[in-house]
Design a protein around this ligand. Sequence first.
Ligand code: SAM
Length: 274
Amino acid sequence: MKNEVRDFFDRYGVKEWNRLEDTTYSKINYLLHMHFIEKHLNKGMKILDAGCGAGRYSIEFAKKGCKVTLFDISEEQLKIAEKKIIDAKVNENIEGIFQGDIRDLSQFEDEQFDVVVCYGAPLSYVLKNRDKAILEFYRVLKKNGLLFVSVNNKWGILKMLLGNKYPDFFSDPEYWHIDKVMKTGDLPKHEKVDHPPRHFFEAEELNNLLIENGFVKTVLGGSPCFSCGNAQSIDELGKDEKALHTILQIEIETYTKPTMVDNGEFLLAKGIKK
Ligand SMILES: C[S@@+](CC[C@H](N)C(=O)[O-])C[C@H]1O[C@@H](n2cnc3c(N)ncnc32)[C@H](O)[C@@H]1O
């Protein structure tokens, strides 16, 4: 059966793997996502990587000795992940690879995982019944288990697009339905854009989604807050190691500040299952 998101990521192929290492800006994004989760990871911990794509984070978790289960809607992404797992020689820490939709985790029993990760915006592609995905994450987590998600941020995306300087983007706001995006966060299907419809979140909205579905002690982050919209400068200035180090220090110091979290291309959130 046709599924627009699955078909898109099947076509997207290995570009998904490259996404987090293409530019200095993307590497900062990756480092912040890892910084957000790293201190919670322990050897032997069972992790479900829900919407794992080509497995970039799964492999990193497996290298740290965690026992990782990969899950994604796209068969092609999972095939790439399988190859990358072999290349990285982390097979012994991979517990399984499953295809499916994050709103239906019936392939897993209750309370199986210490951590569920849903990074890189799979939830932004879920336009209906988003609660179902969060409730499924809750169900498969052990008591006191941790959920980590990242979604596309409404204001951060607009800031990023400002930096990309696409001709006519802001002078023709109907083109990208900017008014609708600002009001609802929803970007409908666009005949000239080869991308499925998406939802862009605000910090408060994502926080409420987690809390309303049972998670407690939530913490938010923006990735990247300081660099978002400045990818070109970051790529140029980042050639100097000292400058890159300073930029990273500023990011790490600011990315979980409540006044900053709505500035990032990605919005990070973590919560605990009661
Ligand atoms: C941008 S990629 C991120 C991949 C990976 N988590 C990362 O951050 O590198 C988004 C992934 O979410 C998956 N995805 C989107 N909607 C999904 C859904 N409803 N259920 C499962 N996977 C989904 C896509 O197939 C794609 O591989």
